[in-house]
Design a protein. Structure first.
Length: 274
């Protein structure tokens, strides 16, 4: 199950990770009211389960409440990689000194979780990996409870040379590891993790995916699930895994290998899997 940014931030905050509180809106008028309450510049952010929101026009800066309303009007209803924006997040604008990348995901090659860290934050990590792989640091995790403070400091040292900021980053690394294990996540990502002129380290964005098979242990996370997709809801009720695609030929399969082979055949003969 994928969480929206505002939902992932709620989870991160519960583990002590510094975040910037925002407010959710579903109409331009709500966005204006939230921006007025915050005062000053705000950022209007589309809440969809896909990356590349900024490039698609789903993240906009607004200097005041009136502009926030206009930006919200532009973003709501926007199609971002097949996802229609129905919800937006309004957050106070941040003064950024530097951006970093930090995530934990599953490394299927080693069959272990891996921390991925880079001093090149705020952009697509795949782009960094392709162009400058030496700027990405990977550190594998073993089991819950085994991660030590010195390991967190090692990861932080790959991001920042300032000792004070390193210590703050190390705490966030530890908190993110705790969050990953405690929620049965398959991905926790902060992009960007920022420092501001005051030396604070803050998770400016948040992304999170949780193993569907572990949701029975986390009713507070199940509450985040959206049932706007009727197909996905029906599949869950029948105990099936459903993957929405944009094609015109539906696939019913009983394993990942068969699924890939079936989609390859459909593509080969000019169709698009759905």
């Amino acid at each position: 199950m994928n969480l929206h940014e505002y939902q992932a931030k709620t989870v991160f905050g519960s583990f002590g990770i510094p975040i910037i509180e925002g407010r959710v809106a579903t109409t331009p008028e709500e966005a204006r009211a939230h921006a007025e309450a915050m005062g000053g510049m705000v950022v209007v952010k589309a809440q969809v389960h896909t990356g590349g929101r900024g490039k698609a026009g789903g993240v906009k800066l607004a200097k005041d409440a009136a502009e926030a309303e206009a930006r919200a009007r532009d973003i709501l209803g926007l199609d971002i990689k097949g996802h229609i924006v129905e919800t937006i997040l309004i957050v106070p604008a941040s003064d950024i000194s530097k951006e970093y990348y930090l995530s934990i995901t599953l490394d299927r090659g080693s069959k272990r979780p891996v921390i991925i860290a880079s001093a090149e934050g705020g952009i697509d990590i795949e782009e960094v990996a392709a162009k400058t792989p030496e700027k990405i640091f990977r550190y594998h995790l073993d089991r819950p409870g085994s991660f030590k403070s010195y390991e967190a400091r090692l990861v932080a040292s790959k991001l920042e040379s300032d000792p004070k900021i390193q210590l703050r980053m190390a705490r966030i690394v530890e908190q993110l590891v705790n969050c990953f294990w405690a929620t049965d996540a398959s991905l926790v990502e902060i992009n960007p993790l920022i420092t501001n002129p005051e030396g604070q380290v803050i998770a400016l964005d948040a992304k999170m995916s949780v193993d569907d098979n572990a949701l029975y242990k986390h009713p507070h996370l199940v509450a985040f699930r959206e049932d706007s997709d009727e197909h996905a809801k029906a599949a869950r009720e029948m105990g099936l895994s459903y993957v929405p695609l944009e094609g015109n030929v539906g696939c019913i399969v009983n394993g990942a290998g068969l699924a890939m082979a079936t989609m390859d055949l459909i593509k080969h003969f000019g169709g698009e899997p759905a």
